[in-house]
Design a protein around this ligand. Sequence first.
Ligand code: GDP
Ligand code: ZN
Length: 458
Amino acid sequence: MEFDTIAAISTPSGEGAIAIVRLSGDQALTIADQIYKGKSRLVDVASHTIHYGHIVHPDSEEVIEEVMVSVLRAPRTFTREDIVEINCHGGLVSVNRVLDVVLSEGARLAEPGEFTKRAFLNGRIDLSQAEGVIDLIRAKTDRAMNVAMKQVEGRLSNKIRRLRQQLIETVASVEVNIDYPEYDAEDVTLELLKREARAVREEIEGLLATAKQGKILREGISTAIIGRPNVGKSSLMNSLVHENKAIVTDVPGTTRDVLEEYVNVRGVPLRLIDTAGIRETEDIVEKIGVERSRQVLKEADLILLVINSAEELTEEDEALFEAIRDLNAVIVMNKTDLEKKVDETRLRELAEGRPLIQASLLKDEGIEELEQAIARLFFEEGVETQDLSYVSNARHISLLNQAKKSIDDALEAAELSMPVDMVQIDITRAWEQLGEIIGDNAHDGLIDQLFSQFCLGK
Ligand code: GDP
Ligand code: ZN
C-alpha cells in the first residue's frame, strides 16, 4: 500500500526526559536528512542503527537540538514502513521545534493512532492486537497491562482463529457428506455438526466468562466508601491511597485531559467515587442526600461500608445496610482498638455473607485483610497463575455474544431436523462474526473509529 509520510511526538508528555519525534513512510529518511547533520547521511546507513548528530533548521542552519536518530527500514518495523525516530532530550519546547521542521520539510502530522492503523493496514497486526495497543496505553495497573500485552501478542487472535478453523472444517465436512449421500449421511452429518458446534460454543462461553474481569481491569472498579459521620471513612480512604500509590492517569480527550484517581489494590484498580466530594464534606450521604446516594450506590461496583465497633449499631447503620442490600460490598468494622460495643451477631446477619473485616485504621490494622477480601471478590484465587487472556473489549464481547447466538440458532435448527444447509448458514454466520473480532472484513468506518481512540503519536 502507498501512504504519505507521517510524523508525531511519540512519548506521552511528562513521561521521562526523552521525547521522540517519529516519522513513518517512504519519505521518512529523505525528510530526516534535510534537517539532520551527522557523520553520514541517513539514507546511506544500515537499518536498525542509531546515529548521533544535530537537527538544524534547513534555511538558517541554526542548531535546534542535539539528537540520537534511529533508522529502521521497512519491512522489519512496527508500521512495515521506513521509520526514523529522532530522540530529543531537551524539553517540550525543543521537541516541538524539531517536529515543526520535520513538518515543514514535507511530513504530515499523524492523526491519533495513525501509526498503529498503518501497522494494521500493512498487515503487521490484526484488529484485536491493535485494540490491545489502545488498552496498553490506558492500562491502569500492571495486571491490566499484562492482559493488554497478551492481546497485542495475539493470544485472543490465536484462539479466535482456532475456533474459526474448527467451524470452517465442520462446514467443509458437511459439504463432503452432502456430495456423497450414501447411508444415512444426513443423520451422521447433523450429529457431527451438533458435536462441533457445541464444542465451539463452550469455548466462546469460556471467553465470555472472563469478560467481567476484563472490564474491571480496563475501567477500574468504581468504589464508594460510606458510613455514618466519624466512623473512619476518611481514614480508610487515606490508608488505601497511602498503602497503594495512587495512580493518576491521563484520559486522552480532544480538548482537555481529565485526571482520574485510582488506587491499585493487588492489581485491582479501584476508582474512588466522588473522592473530592468525600474529602471536602466528609460524608457522601450528608452531601447529596439519601435518595441520590442510593443512586450512586447502585452505580458503584463495590461499596465499602464502615461501621464503628466501639458504638452500638444505630438506625442509620441499619438504613445503610438496607440501602446496600444485594450489592457488592465489604463491611469494615473499624476502631477495634477500643472497647467493643457493637452487636457482632446482628452485624453478621446484616452482612448477609459478605466479607466482614475487623480493622483499626488508627493503628493500621486490617488493611491487608481488607485488600485480600477485595481482590478475592473480583478474581478467583490463584488467578495469577492462570493465563491472562481476558476478553475485555466491548466490541469483542458483543461479537462473541452474536457468534454464540448464531451457533445456538444452528443447534436449534439441527434439533428440529432442518435441512443441513440451513444449519450451515448459521454456522457460517458465526464464522463471520468471529472474523470481525480480528478484523477480517472489517469496514473502513469501524477502523477509523477504533484508531481515533489513540493518543497522538501511537
Ligand atoms: P469519617 O467522618 O467517617 O470520615 O471518620 P474519620 O476518618 O474522619 O475519623 C473520625 C475520627 O475517628 C478521627 O478522629 C479518627 O482519628 C478516628 N479514628 C479513625 N479510625 C480509628 C480507629 O481505628 N480507632 C480509633 N480509636 N479511632 C479512629
Ligand atoms: Zn472524615
